[in-house]
Design a protein around this ligand. Structure first.
Ligand code: AHR
Length: 645
């Protein structure tokens, strides 16, 4: 019997429950949402991130003494660029000789010091020396579409033609344009628009020279003429439309770990992401590659306005990624940091005649942008963070009381000392990556959550282990999790699934909402789950009770589940895991050994009698299911002893 009691309404469902979380991870922006087609357009991608050093192929961030782990893979990162000019290569005909070098002698702009120098020793016939860009794992070219090229050339020791072309994987020319009589002693901007005469999903971009000499290139940028809302320096329409179609209440930007940086010096900074693209130095993502900052602070705010969402700006609060580096800027640097964030807020919402509001106006947007939230750091914990948060909170609220300021503790109830040391906050951001079935087993998680004088923002959630790269089962788990958030609208005000975007050619995280390559894109079932639940959002809860009367129903004799074990130690071994029934009979015993350094835990599958009851699957982070409640069938208890690691 199902009783729905409309006389006793429960909590209202938050009208801003569903937002989106953008981070520069898995090339979500660079080679993703950002429509730029040239990879490493400014030749800055082999730059060691500020504050770091390179040691035998490892990128080494600065470390603080409080960081516990000495395991190399916990704090150093493999250095990914395999060439000084990633994504570019030289092609010469048999009779030509040329060489490439990365030049810092004649920077186009001090903030972007590198340029590509091409020395053409002998050119032979036309079409004999080319520098080729592979795009982001290919360039999609569509017949009849136009592409806008911008590049800077310096050619004091060169005289001749430079041909820009898009070529299919079989070498066919799809579009081309020739700049004749290129010769000048200083940098000069060249632009053209080309129209494709044929299509190819894996095209490449060529700059071809037919004369000997030395020529420098910088900022080689190619955009499809069609971008989202046709904005210059814009976004890829298919991906941007997925985001717009979700009708998110807000957009959180720019991360995630990206906000933290692997060093304080390399962390993102809104001021560096403004202005002409050739003057943006870019930001090194802790996910192992450079972002050109093409989607900078202004573009983010503009995108929010374009899709009718509020903006949530997350800023680095003077501490680098705790996992790898954990450097806190000294306290005497904090006042300048506070001022920098106040400036950033002024850029977004200050009047057009304020100092930074005027810069916004000069950048083409006199009206304020819809900035409503600011978040202080990402997944920061500890009383030192809390002390810093208190300073930021006070300064921001004094000047902008209308803004909601978010504490970023990662998991609020786990990091209670952090929250206890926070004097006052509006919203707490808690992250919830869950293994398969966790959301179902703990469907009442938020029902039992203590209420405080702040709202909860589940800033990152996903059922993301035991579900491959995301499947229907993951979507069902996400749906149950969302229902738990809806039911607790008095506590959970906001949420965003994470990560959002994944270029399948460089995956940094196992399960993501929207997957794509350079030519096509695919939103997972979880995307449509969120969309459906947002499009048909309930306004309030009503009391419901459900009573079972039948005594003839067959008890569920089969349970399919996943047990994940989690550890920060990437080489851990869990020995002799046992599943016991309620009489302490051992139903299953096995070892789970994780020596792959990939955050995953492996194992076999286990059975009760003839039925498969659970199957270990990959992925265990960050929440282990240590106790499975299987009503009316068994109570399973998991015993594990950790050795190694
Ligand atoms: O979403 C992927 C990562 O998970 C985010 O960068 C970080 O905030 C979290 O740990």
């Amino acid at each position: 019997t199902l009783v729905i009691d409309t006389q006793h309404p429960g909590a209202k469902v938050s009208s801003r429950l569903h937002g989106i979380f953008f981070e520069e991870i898995s090339h979500g922006g660079e080679g993703g949402l950002y429509a730029e087609l040239i990879q490493n357009r400014g030749f800055e991608e082999s730059t060691i991130p500020p504050g770091c050093t390179l040691d035998s192929g490892w990128l080494v961030p600065p470390r603080t003494s409080h960081f516990a782990s000495n395991k190399v893979s916990d704090w150093k990162m493999p250095w990914e660029p395999k060439s000084p000019w990633p994504a570019w290569s030289l092609r010469t005909a048999a009779n030509a000789r040329a060489s490439l070098s990365l030049s810092t002698k004649v920077p186009l702009h001090a903030a972007t010091p590198h340029a590509l120098q091409v020395d053409i020793h002998s050119a032979g016939k036309a079409d004999s020396v080319s520098v080729v860009n592979e795009g982001f794992w290919g360039i999609r070219v569509d017949k009849g579409e136009s592409y806008n090229l911008t590049t800077y050339i310096r050619a004091p020791k060169f005289k001749g033609a430079v041909t820009a072309s898009l070529r299919a994987s079989d070498g066919r020319i799809l579009a081309s344009y020739t700049f004749n009589n290129v010769k000048q002693s200083s940098w000069r901007k060249y632009t053209c628009t080309v129209k494709a005469t044929a299509s190819d999903a894996k095209a490449k971009f060529y700059l071809t020279m037919s004369s000997p000499g030395t020529i420098w290139f910088d900022l080689v940028s190619l955009f499809p003429a069609r971008t989202f809302k046709n904005r210059p320096n814009g976004m890829r329409p298919d991906l941007a439309n997925y985001l717009a179609d979700l009708k998110p209440a807000f957009v959180r930007w720019p991360g995630g770990c990206f906000v933290e940086g692997i060093s304080t010096e390399s962390a993102p900074e809104w001021k560096r992401s403004l202005g002409p693209i050739e003057e943006r130095p870019g930001t090194y993502s802790p996910w192992g590659y450079w972002s050109s900052d093409g989607i900078g602070y202004h573009e983010f705010l503009q995108f929010c306005e374009d899709i009718g969402a509020d903006a949530m700006y997350v800023f680095n609060c003077g501490v680098s990624c705790e996992m790898r580096s954990g450097v806190f800027l000294p306290d005497d640097k904090i006042p300048a940091l506070v001022q920098n964030i106040l400036d950033g807020i002024e850029y977004a919402i200050g009047p057009a005649d304020s100092k930074w509001g005027a810069v916004r106006a000069r950048n083409g947007h006199p009206q304020p942008f819809p900035l409503r939230y600011v978040e202080v750091g990402n997944e920061q914990v500890g009383t030192r963070y809390a002390t810093r948060f208190n300073i930021f909170y006070k300064a921001i609220k004094e000047k902008y009381p209308q803004l909601e300021v978010i504490t970023s503790t990662g998991i609020a109830h786990v990091h209670k000392p952090t929250i206890d040391a926070v004097t006052k906050t509006d919203i707490v951001d808690e992250h919830a990556y869950k293994a398969v079935y966790w959301p179902m087993i703990y469907h009442d998680w938020y029902d039992k959550y203590p209420r405080k004088d702040w709202k909860l923002y589940v800033g990152e959630y996903a059922c993301n282990s035991g579900v491959g790269s995301g499947n229907m089962l993951a979507a069902l788990n996400d749906a149950v999790f969302i229902m738990g958030m809806e039911r607790n609208g008095d506590l959970v005000a906001m949420s965003s699934y994470a990560p959002l975007l994944e270029n399948i050619n460089d995956t940094d995280w196992p399960v993501n909402l929207i997957r794509f390559d350079n030519a096509s894109s695919f939103a997972r079932t979880s995307y449509y789950t969120i969309k459906m639940m947002n499009d048909h959002k309930a306004s309030e809860n009503v009391a419901v009770s459900l009573t079972f009367h039948s005594s003839t129903s067959t008890p569920v004799a089969r349970y399919s589940g996943n047990i994940g074990l989690s550890t920060w130690d990437t080489y851990a071994e869990f020995k002799n895991i046992q599943i016991l029934d309620k009489n302490n009979k051992v139903l299953y015993a096995a070892d789970l050994i994780n020596h792959k350094n990939d955050w995953k835990t492996e194992g076999g599958k286990w059975t009760i009698g003839d039925s498969v009851i659970a199957q270990t699957a990959d992925g265990a982070w960050p929440m282990a299911i240590l106790q499975n409640k299987i009503p009316d069938v068994y109570t399973l208890r998991l015993k594990a002893r950790k050795t190694g690691g």
